[in-house]
Design a protein around this ligand. Structure first.
Ligand code: PLP
Ligand code: TYF
Length: 410
């Protein structure tokens, strides 16, 4: 009975990784999947993580018991503190319901399940382009997805007019999925002024804002700076509508495979304390029900590591340094690649590589150029021209620049 089941093509991103792994050329370069690499091209365990692991194992009560359905409280509260900020009015007034999730993807999945259960008619608006998994996660729950203009290919900048027009014409109460910072795949974020406009329009039209935060602190090295859009959203919508936040610790703590994340619902101000308590209890019970039938309870080990860091002044200070190590190395590689291309006189302009932020650069290379980089130069990136800058290092950046120069010219 299974013999007629259709074969699907490999996942585009993981397919790149497979081809890269199978490539026997010695000087191959992986600019595909977004994962941080050090200057030797190796995965990096953050020093703050190593210290937290030592502390966890030294605890005489160390064990592998189940967590609660909603996860480790020390994680969810610490996570809310860093994302909403120590002075957050929403935290002080206890307007937030939080639960642990299977990293950022799991948080998006909880959001999608929740929306499909209570608001199945609402359309989900995704940026064009966006992280490939967004569409799949929402559509898998039967939700209808739409796109809003984001990247203007001509100017390599934000299509704010197109974005605003989508907010204007979307049916009231639509869900706008917003990349909190370090937009994947373009590396292009709205400016502070543009965020003001976007969030004011969303509030005015009574839409729901869903922030996807996968790069807080990883993008700029500064947790506060990278949470600007979310905190502004919480402020602008506090009398209007709830905000959904999907928070990943894959990149900023390097917890990729440990699957540490949180899902938060920030409620608007309520008329009475009783009302707030009632709605929070109801939401928490519903999120628990979703999680119980799917994963029963979230994974513990990575959650303990991140919670240990978030709740220790000393480890938090080390973590801030670690994020600066990662973000500044990436920035240095952006500058080096741009400079090399300029020195080579490679046709085109390359400043956007430096202006973009986070893990990725939307290089502007065509899919044909990307295919030639892979075939002729053993350099792997996404066919859209997205390069994971973290895959560049001092040893390979010159060769990458020369190879780009070659495929652009010929
Ligand atoms: N959202 C975006 C835009 C991402 O780029 C990522 C990871 O790359 C995620 C969410 C979530 O990833 P994870 O499930 O590994 O936390
Ligand atoms: O966009 C990328 O390259 C990565 C892909 O759990 C990815 O972020 C994202 C999440 C994940 C595994 C791979």
């Amino acid at each position: 009975i299974f013999n007629t089941i259709e074969l699907l093509p490999p996942d585009a991103l993981f397919g790149i990784k497979q081809r890269y792994n199978a490539d026997e050329r010695k000087d191959k370069v992986d600019l595909g999947i977004g994962a941080y690499r050090d200057n030797q091209g190796k995965p990096w365990v953050l020093p703050s993580v190593k210290s937290a692991e030592l502390a966890i194992h030294a605890d005489p009560n160390y064990n592998h018991e189940y967590l609660n359905i909603t996860g480790l409280n020390a994680l969810t509260s610490g996570a809310a503190n860093i994302i909403f900020g120590p002075d957050s009015d929403a935290i002080k007034n206890e307007r937030i319901v939080s639960t642990q999730s299977i990293s950022g993807t799991g948080a998006l999945h909880i959001a999608a399940k929740f929306l499909s259960k209570f608001f199945p008619e609402r359309k989900i608006y995704l940026s064009d382009p966006t992280w490939a998994n967004h569409q799949a996660i929402f559509q898998a729950q039967g939700l209808v997805t739409n796109t809003y203009p984001y990247w203007d290919n001509e100017t390599k900048s934000l299509d704010l007019n197109g974005f605003e027009r989508s907010i204007e014409v979307a049916p009231e109460g639509s869900v706008f999925v917003l990349h909190a910072c370090a937009h994947n795949p373009t590396g292009l974020d709205p400016t502070k002024e543009q965020w003001e406009t976007i969030l004011e329009r969303i509030a005015y039209k009574g839409h729901l804002a869903l922030f996807d935060s996968a790069y807080q602190g990883f993008a700029s090295g500064d947790l506060n700076k990278d949470a600007y859009s979310i905190r502004l959203g919480v402020e602008k919508l506090k009398r209007v509508a709830p905000i959904l936040v999907c928070q990943s610790f894959a990149k900023n703590v390097g917890m990729y495979g440990e699957r540490v994340g949180c899902f938060h619902i920030v409620l608007p101000e309520q008329d009475t304390k009783e009302e707030l308590t009632t709605v929070k209890k109801a939401l928490s019970s519903q999120l628990s029900k979703i999680i119980r039938s799917e994963v029963s309870n979230p994974p513990a080990y990575g959650a303990k590591i991140v919670a240990t860091i978030l709740n220790s002044d000393e480890l938090r200070a080390q973590w801030y340094k670690d994020m600066i190590t990662m973000s500044s190395r990436i920035m240095e590689m952006r500058v080096t690649l741009r400079d090399r291309l300029n020195e080579l006189g490679t046709p085109g302009t390359w400043d956007h590589i430096v202006e973009q932020t986070g893990m990725f650069s939307f290089t502007g290379l065509t899919s044909e150029m990307v295919a030639r980089l892979e075939k002729e130069h053993s350099i792997y990136m996404v066919s859209s021209g997205r390069a994971s800058i973290a895959g560049l290092n001092k040893l390979n950046v010159d060769r990458v620049a020369q190879s780009i120069d070659e495929v652009v010219r010929h």
